[in-house]
Write a protein that binds this ligand. Sequence first.
Ligand code: PEP
Ligand code: MG
Length: 907
Amino acid sequence: MSEKWVYLFNELDQAEKHVGGDWEAVRGLLGGKGTNLAEMARIGVPVPPGFTVTTEACNAYLASGGSFPEGMWEQEKEALTAIQAETGKTFGNRENPLLVSCRSGAKFSMPGMMDTVLNIGLNDETVKGMIELTGDERFVYDAYRRLVQMFGNVVMGVPDEAFEEILTEVRKKQGVRTDTELTADAWKSVTEKFKEIFKRRTKLDFPDDPYVQLKLATEAVFKSWNGKRAVDYRNAAGISHDLGTAVSIVTMVFGNMGEDSATGVAMTRNGSTGENQIEGDYLTNAQGEDVVAGIRLTKDLTQMKTELPKAYAEFEQIARRLEKHYHEMQDVEFTIEKGKLWMLQTRDGKRTAQAAVRIAADMVEEGLITREEAVLRVTPEQVDFFLHPQFDPEAAKMARTGGNMLAEGLNVSPGAAVGMVVFEADLAEEWAKEGKQVIMVRPETKPDDVHGMLAARGILTSRGGRTSHAALVARQFGKPAVVGVSSLEIDMGRRQMAVKDKIIKEGDWISIDGTVGEVYAGKLATMIPDIKDPWLRKLLSWADEFRTLGVWTNADYPHDARRALEYGAEGIGLCRTEHMFFQSDRLPHVQKMIMADLPIERSEALKALLPFQREDFAGLFQVMNGLTVIIRLIDPPLHEFLPSQVDLLRDLADLKIRLQHAGKLKKIDELLGKVRNKERILKRVESLHEANPMLGLRGVRLGILIPELTIMQVRAIFEAACMVSKEGVDVRPEIMIPLTTHVNELKKQREVLEAEAMIVMEERGVEINYKFGTMIELPRAALTTDQIAEYASFISFGTNDLTQTTFGISRDDAEAGFLIEYMENGILPDNPFDTIDRDGVGELMKIAVEKGRAVRPGLECGICGEHGGDPQSIALCHELGLNYVSCSPFRVPIARLAAAHAALRKK
Ligand code: PEP
Ligand code: MG
């Protein structure tokens, strides 16, 4: 007996047995489509009778150089006989002709890659029978010409243009624009003309014999596996070339056989909202294509309830059964032929982020899936959707096709923003106060732009990377931002920017999409999803049950901390104290402290700063009652707090010109004073100048050189802690030293810190439990964490700096330069400032955790670099056994889900 090459849809059990019961192997044997149809048949869903010729047959055919394997064709004919018995129709019979489609279907979906032939079985005789059966001559000839065309093109290789030319000619002659307007006679003559083309091109008559049609169509599908399109697709998609394709032969069913026939498409749940209600469109007395092509106005599926009640009831029941079987929302196609319902296809349905969340949560309640499955089904990107306004997809599409997309840049802070362009922070603030919506546009932003950024709806810069100032601030405050848009030419002097051939002036409207990094001209419509969505809350609470990683937040102000708490944060992993220094009521004191020539001047400036810091910390402690607050001591180089050298030189030149023209003595005196002051600042700026400030006097080095600074910050922290602790707040401060590279730095800072903490606690008569620790953001620190752990009871990976110093790539400039090219050329698989580089930075982290915990087993390890909100990096942090990840408040819900994914996938 020959091998079995053909399986009827109701022989799925045999196919399973043939491959040893392995479900993946069944898909490999029968292809995705064949398996799906057979599976529906097995669970009792009515699918048009049919069978599948296996991928093994295809591979045998291709290996032999073009002969069917022994017994295959006989088996195909036998299967056809079985279909005839089942349908009561006969292949080639005029009275009640059986028509079939011949479809390719590999193990993996390869959309549009291989070929399909429809309406096999039509010839001059059966056409007549079909016309009698349907009473629709136009439809039958349209079907017939399609067979000739598809067969000619797919099976015999006649170029499609030859057929299309004729169609164009006929349409012209009939004076119509679309095929739907063509009459029955027109289709009849098109069919004749197609046959002539067929003969002219192939030197053969179009085969009348349905068996010849089927045999050649089967062969053509086999051969299409090695067609250029298919090979290219597999190369691109990484699909193996030796899988072969299966061929499914399916009885054609028609929805246009009268008013008791119909055809439609449906989703088993609402794909936009996720509501558990079937939704779809259908048409009575129509073909499937009519529904999809939108030529006729379709009807809402609910109408089918009254129009075809019996079929609808059955359809509804099948939809539920399919969901139960696949444990997923399904997207189905169906046809009703003379009152009989047939399901033609089912697959997992596409859905919006909102629908994905609701469907996953509902399916748990319905007992269809487990909580774990639900959590794994929702992606971090889908959760992100709930946190920011989005552009209406239709509006974005129209803007794109209308040529209003201006440029692309780095998508550093998600969400959509619409506003008037403003090039300067003060003006941004002023306009916002007047109630205007603004987008702040700058070549790059600096700390003294922050008030403008806060007032703006979104931020756009032409320079800078993922950890640039603009990106960090935008993420922290949840402002949509696109940075590094190199095609923007900003002309600050003329208050305008040029992009492509457009000039955008200050006050013009633009729209930016920080989720994808796109910039549009004009106002795009937005929609605002809701973080309080009850299904999202439910899903995230399940995620919390599964994750072992803590999720903390980076927050500097009480209102950020409050938001983060609402989003589910369990602590503050990083409070960047210097951000408080930049506020306008504090900056003068900071500048005074930097400019001080005498210790007394410095200590006065620091004294003035102290109450501000104390108040800020007290606010944070109050909000975070009972939770850890990690406060990092000052980090950036001091020149960042002073005006830039360029600005100072410009101001000085300005003042000197005014001085030359000043007449009155009083004016001269006043200007001279200003000149001296500016010169003094300039001198200080020049003295602070470093070739590489990122590798210079910053971080702990500042604390070592100016211990008064550390003392002031420590005093502010402990005064605040004592104060709120007396109010009954449970304070848990942890003090963190930045940019440590050697254990001795830590030793020294700890002495200063402990002494001051002790003094304050004694003064106030309160004991505060606190921890002392450090950031690990330099390779040397990572490699010597055993020494560091002697003095630090916690470490937190500052992966922004750790990536910068491990790669030797500037975090501020890289993405505007070669890094993008590196990624495009595949030299780097991912942007290391987005996703932790496992092999380098990840390895350093691993060493640090191991060495640190070897010395201090309970060492608290976390991460507070931007990577703390990136799902892939979160998975790595889980593997490394960190205690928590800390990210901006707006990433907290995403991190909760990603941490649960990491835990569940490791199980
Ligand atoms: C880091 O370097 O990862 C970090 C969190 O510190 P900053 O970004 O403030 O330098
Ligand atoms: Mg850092």
